[in-house]
Structures are given as C-alpha cells and as structure tokens.
Design a binder for this molecule. Structure first.
Ligand SMILES: C[S@@+](CC[C@H](N)C(=O)[O-])C[C@H]1O[C@@H](n2cnc3c(N)ncnc32)[C@H](O)[C@@H]1O
Length: 205
C-alpha cells in the first residue's frame, strides 16, 4: 500500500473483517446518531465507505464524501455502487480544506473513527462550521477511553492507542470553541460513543 502524505496519525482504515464485526449494523448506527432521510450529509474521512453506503441509501443520495486517500475513495465508490445508491459528490483532499472543496451547505457532518488523530481538532471543526446550514449538526464518533487491550475484536486488541482516545468531555472541549453547542452523547456499544453538536446560531467562527 502506498503511503499518503498528510494523513492524520493513527487513522488508517481498518481491515474490513474486524470492522464488519465491530460495526455489524451501520444503518442502526446512523439512526442512533439521529441522521435522517431529509438531511444532506457530509461523510468526512469516509474511508472505504462502510458508513457512506448506508448514508447514501438513507438520504436518497444527499451525501458528500471526502477522503485524502484515493484508494479509500475508490473503495467507497464501489461500496456505494454495490448498494445501488449514489452520492452528490466525491471529494479527494484534506479534511482541513473542506470549506474550499465543498461549495454547498449541508445539514450534518459525520466524522467517524478519525477525530482522535486530528492535530488541530478545533481548527478542523471550525472549517466544518463554515459549510453547515444555520441549524447544522456535527456527529463525532469516537472510541471510548478504555485501554486498547480491553477493546478486542475477533480476538485481538483493536483501535487507536489508549493515549489518543478522547472522552466525550474532551471532545466537547475542542469542538465548542469552533462555534458548536453540545447536544448529547449516545452510546454505540461495545466500544464507541457519538458526541452530537449543533451549530451555535450566533457563531462568529
Ligand atoms: C479509521 S478510517 C475511518 C473511516 C470511516 N469514517 C469509518 O468510520 O469507517 C480514517 C480515514 O480518514 C482518512 N484520513 C486521514 N487523514 C485525513 C485527512 N487529513 N483528510 C482526509 N481524510 C483523512 C484516512 O484515509 C481513512 O480513510
């Protein structure tokens, strides 16, 4: 596999085998995150499309998907096609450039299994805030801060190093300064949570 410069640390796409075992019901995950059919959604750092395809089905194609790795985008395209779905746009680039790459407003941005590796997390979500509608939402899916040895899948420890995992409070502490208001945390068993935010209407970011 060719290394792609600019990737956030500790955000390599996991092998499909254990990812499927960990996330057997991506449609249910999207419902738990309160993503609905009416929304236009950005799948930021979409990887191989594990959540992109169900998002495309759920929203009738009102999806934009971004990844820095062209191989991941190709895999995600194939996943969406296999699902018989479509998206509005595939964006090849750095997530930090989202406001330059996407010139449409969206209702919800999803960043799953990637936020822990972002060096300037407030800066990233500040960029996301620029492409959200006034009542827009942000959903961040993170691993809980359990030690890596305690989060096995298919018999082996999985996920990012213990040190980079974030609590919901730590996530809020870096997201809210970018112009968001914390909404709630939902559990995504066995090892994840979703932290949900709304754009602050008076956001000056
Ligand atoms: C762990 S995978 C998660 C994929 C997907 N969100 C999921 O949960 O199944 C992280 C993805 O982020 C992408 N990524 C890493 N750094 C990035 C950056 N700076 N800009 C855009 N994508 C990036 C990687 O290429 C990889 O596909």
């Amino acid at each position: 596999m060719t290394a792609v410069g600019g990737l956030f640390p500790a955000t390599t796409m996991p092998d499909r085998g254990w990812w499927r075992a960990l996330w057997p019901d991506p449609d249910g995950t999207l419902r738990a995150l309160s993503i609905t059919a009416e929304m236009t959604v950005l799948d930021l750092c979409c990887g191989d499309g594990w959540f992109t395809a169900p998002l495309a089905r759920l929203t009738g194609g009102k999806v934009y998907a971004l990844d820095l790795d062209p191989a991941m985008l190709a895999a995600a395209r194939a996943e969406v096609a296999t699902a018989g779905a479509t998206v509005r746009g595939w964006l090849a680039g750095d997530a930090r450039d989202i406001a330059k790459l996407l010139h449409k407003k969206i209702d919800c941005a999803l960043i799953a299994n990637t936020f822990h590796g972002v060096p300037d997390q407030t800066g990233l979500v500040r960029a996301v805030a620029r492409i959200l509608n006034p009542d827009g939402r942000l959903a961040v899916v993170n691993w809980h801060t359990r030690p890596r040895e305690e989060t096995p899948v298919l018999g082996r420890p999985r996920g990012p190093h213990t040190q980079v995992r974030m609590t919901p409070d730590q996530t809020s502490a870096v997201v809210e300064p970018a112009g968001f208001v914390f909404d709630r945390v939902i559990e995504l068993p066995p090892y994840h949570y979703g932290a949900l935010f709304r754009l602050r209407s008076s956001s000056a970011s």
